[in-house]
Every structure is written in C-alpha cells, then in structure tokens.
Design a binder for this molecule. Structure first.
Ligand SMILES: C[S@@+](CC[C@H](N)C(=O)[O-])C[C@H]1O[C@@H](n2cnc3c(N)ncnc32)[C@H](O)[C@@H]1O
Length: 231
C-alpha cells in the first residue's frame, strides 16, 4: 500500500468508525473489557508525558505542539497547567471533539489553539513537540520522514511514542490480536526502537528519557529527546 493511501485511509478512518471507537476509548463512558484495557494503557502514556513535562518548572510558559492530538487527552491537561498548547490532528472529527472537551473543562484564556492539519503540513516553532500513538499508523520510512518534520518544529524537546517491534509483539500482531474488536480497520505498524532512535539522533537529538507503558492490549514506548548540548 502506498504512502498517500496510508494517509488518506487513516484520515477517513478517524473521521468515521475510528472516530466513534477512539472517542469512546479516550472517554469515560462504559466500554468493553478490551477497550477499557486500552483506555488504561493509553492513560499511562499520557500520565508519563505529563509527569515529564511537569518537572519543567516553566510549564506555564512553554509552547507545546501536540501533533495528532486526537480528542485532546494530553492537550487539555497541559493547557490546564498553563502551557500554551497548539493542538492539531488530521481528522476534523477528532479536532471538533477535542475542542468541545476543552470548552467544557478549561477557562477561555487557557484554551489550546486547535487546527485540522496533517502533521507534515504544520509550521512554526514550539519549545516542545509531542506526538503520541500516531506513528503506529505509518510504515517505517514514513515514520522517519514524520520525525524529520516534527524535529524541524521543535526547539528544545521532542516526545514521541510508538508500538515497539519486538519478537513478542510481532507475533501478537501476526495472530491478529493487535487491535482486538470489530473496528480494527487501519493497519498497525510496529517500529524498531533502533530505527526511531536513529531518526532522532541523525537530526541532532539526544535521547533523554524512555518509558514503556503496557497493559494486555496496549503497548507504547515513549521517548523524550532533547537538543544535544554542545561544549
Ligand atoms: C491513536 S490516536 C492518538 C491520539 C492522541 N495523540 C492521544 O494519544 O490521545 C491517533 C491520532 O493520530 C491522528 N493522525 C494520524 N495520522 C496523522 C497525521 N498524518 N497528521 C496528524 N494527525 C494524524 C489520527 O487522526 C488520530 O487522532
């Protein structure tokens, strides 16, 4: 399948069945056991990133680009802490949902700036660029290109998560247990950690922290990279 196809399929999915599925997973309504497990796993990833960023005493002055923001699971709590958040997603439906959620939980002065945009079309400079659980939708060469784009937007820090390609997870994916349930309509790509690190270090980033979040059906490696400090 071509790269353009991957992107339009992903966009369509997250504007239709994928929107319904993920809006519920990333919410607090009743869901089935598998979806609840994925919800809890994803929350671990959001909590990891929040904890890392909160260690920055200047959080209320940081500009943060949340690329592929989904329904705002990270953008909203970051904005609540005072960060200047630029939240974007390729799916109009996801952005609309994020906007509605932000409007009910944040005062107007703290609202993120929302935009419907492919992350590769983003412009500007942000202190920190975050991209969570998006690379899973793209093959390795495309993921590296995307890291290049995210890297050009980031001034001092980039945080990305991906589903790691290990023997265990490759097997799990092979036996079709990767996205259980009826709406597993997009392809899921696993990425080797070495290839992600290579894409970052080749662009002058230094790996600062890593974390692995996993539950039964959710697994995500989070990597924080900072600019190499020259002597
Ligand atoms: C699994 S969700 C993760 C959402 C969010 N980052 C989070 O962790 O809560 C993946 C999101 O990436 C978005 N996405 C996929 N490809 C994208 C692209 N090329 N540019 C921007 N967003 C994209 C999808 O529309 C979807 O909202």
């Amino acid at each position: 399948m071509g790269i353009v196809d991957d992107k339009s399929i992903v966009r369509e999915y997250f504007n239709a069945t994928g929107f319904d599925r993920w809006r519920r997973i990333y919410g607090d309504s009743e869901v089935n056991k598998v979806q609840l497990d994925i919800r809890q796993g994803h929350q671990l990833t959001v909590d990891t990133v929040l904890a890392w960023l909160k260690q920055d005493t200047q959080l209320d002055r940081l500009s943060i680009c949340d690329a592929g923001c989904g329904v705002g699971s990270l953008s909203i709590p970051l904005a609540a802490c005072g960060a200047k958040v630029y939240a974007s997603d390729i799916s109009t439906k996801m952005v609309e949902e994020a906007q509605q959620r932000a409007a009910v939980s944040l005062p107007p002065e703290k609202l993120p700036t929302f935009e419907v945009s492919d992350l590769e079309a983003l412009t500007g400079k942000y202190n920190t660029v975050v991209c969570l659980d998006v690379l899973i939708h793209y093959p390795q060469d495309k993921a590296s290109e995307m890291i290049g784009k995210l890297s050009s937007l980031a001034e001092s820090r980039i945080i990305i998560s991906f589903a790691p390609k290990t023997i265990f997870y490759s097997l799990l994916k092979k036996i079709g247990d990767f996205f259980p349930g009826p709406s597993k309509a997009t392809r899921a790509y696993l990425h080797s950690e070495a290839s992600i690190i290579q894409a970052l270090t080749a662009r002058g980033w230094h790996i600062h922290r890593k974390n692995m979040n996993k539950t039964r059906f959710y697994f995500s490696r989070v990597i924080e990279a900072t600019r190499q400090i020259s002597d």
